[in-house]
Design a protein around this ligand. Structure first.
Ligand SMILES: O=C(O)CCC(=O)C(=O)O
Length: 322
């Protein structure tokens, strides 16, 4: 382990996303200056230009409190989620220094109350604008990370088309956003709590980071926000997280969206995957569509320009009327 001027840590091994050269961990970052995009058009444009958009106050204080309590209550006993190793402590410090890491995938298969985060209107309208009206929820997670959580190296989540940088930068080249992730933050974020870091615009690198901490002079910056705010970012944006050097737990909910053809069926009860019927019964028509339900007789290719709205009987409302 070697620290460079206390800002970067280089590790021989890492556990996250082996393909993305995550052996370089950022320890300190300047805070990102947040631009408040207020309408759909500028938010959708920010996803193309900057690779992310922030949504302030998606959840109010009571909703933050409820979601945190829900995150605490699901899963196994608390003790199950401690793992060996603690950032900033060596093996000589002994077993007392373990790190809490509760990461539960697809929480909406465990509890119907997680469905409501699929279709928060201001977030979903941007998701539909970038992925198309027949987009899908393709996964998600509850993620609670305690003191001592290691920094997460810069990486990308998904980038199917690698390009030489000069081509990726060419404005005539338009790479679709295949996957995006919404992060719901449930703490007021500060540097010591291990915020997400991003390199604005780095989706135009055309490749994953390779041990770098910046791209074309743009350093990774920390996303500091208030509890209840949401960050939506595209899967080819370089991102990671600072270490948690506070004594608090960080609470975050992830919802992964994809365009129609990124629907691996792994969230979809309609493709043989396990969302229990009692949970499905509580999903509204939009949430069902986001999980892959197809309106009977409804087309669903990427040529569809507006979402198919289901009527109360689960039919394509437009066709049923016609
Ligand atoms: O924990 C974070 O803030 C970043 C999460 C992340 O990079 C990921 O899930 O790929």
């Amino acid at each position: 382990m070697q620290a460079t001027a206390d800002r970067v840590l280089r590790l021989a091994n890492h556990h996250h996303n082996a393909k993305a050269a995550g052996d370089c961990r950022i320890l300190k970052a300047q805070p990102l200056e947040l631009v408040r995009h207020r309408d759909l058009e500028s938010r959708a444009e920010a996803m193309q230009e900057d690779g992310f958009v922030a949504f302030p106050d998606v959840l109010n204080e009571a909703q933050v409190r409820d979601l945190r309590a829900k995150m605490e209550s699901i899963g196994e006993a608390d003790e199950t989620y401690y793992q060996r190793g603690h950032y900033g402590r060596s093996a000589e410090d002994g077993d007392a220094f373990r790190t809490y890491n509760k990461h539960i995938g697809k929480p909406f298969t465990l509890d119907a109350s997680f469905l409501q985060y699929f279709d928060k209107p201001e977030v979903l309208e941007v998701v539909e604008a970038i992925h198309g009206p027949n987009c899908r929820v393709i996964g998600g997670s509850v993620w609670v990370t305690g003191a001592g959580r290691y920094p997460m190296g810069l990486h990308i989540d998904y980038q199917p088309i690698a390009l030489p940088e000069d081509i990726a930068l060419d404005r005539r080249v338009h790479i679709p956003i295949f996957i995006s992730t919404a992060h719901y933050y449930l703490n007021d974020m500060y540097d010591e709590l291990g915020p997400t870091v991003i390199v604005p615009g780095s989706h135009r690198a055309g490749r994953a980071p390779n041990g770098e901490t910046s791209w074309r002079g743009q350093e990774a910056q920390s996303f500091l926000c208030n509890a209840g705010d949401v960050l939506l970012f595209r899967s080819d944006l370089w991102h990671g997280a600072l270490p948690n050097v506070s004594d608090e737990r960080r609470y975050m909910l992830q919802v992964h969206y994809g365009n129609l053809y990124m629907d691996f069926g792994y969230a979809s009860p309609f493709k043989g995957h396990a969302v229990p019927p009692e949970i499905l019964a509580q999903a509204n028509p939009v949430q069902r569509r986001l999980m892959g339900e197809r309106a009977p007789g409804g087309a669903q290719g990427s040529y569809i320009k507006e979402p198919i709205r289901l009527d109360r009987r689960g039919r394509d409302a437009k066709r049923a009327k016609a």
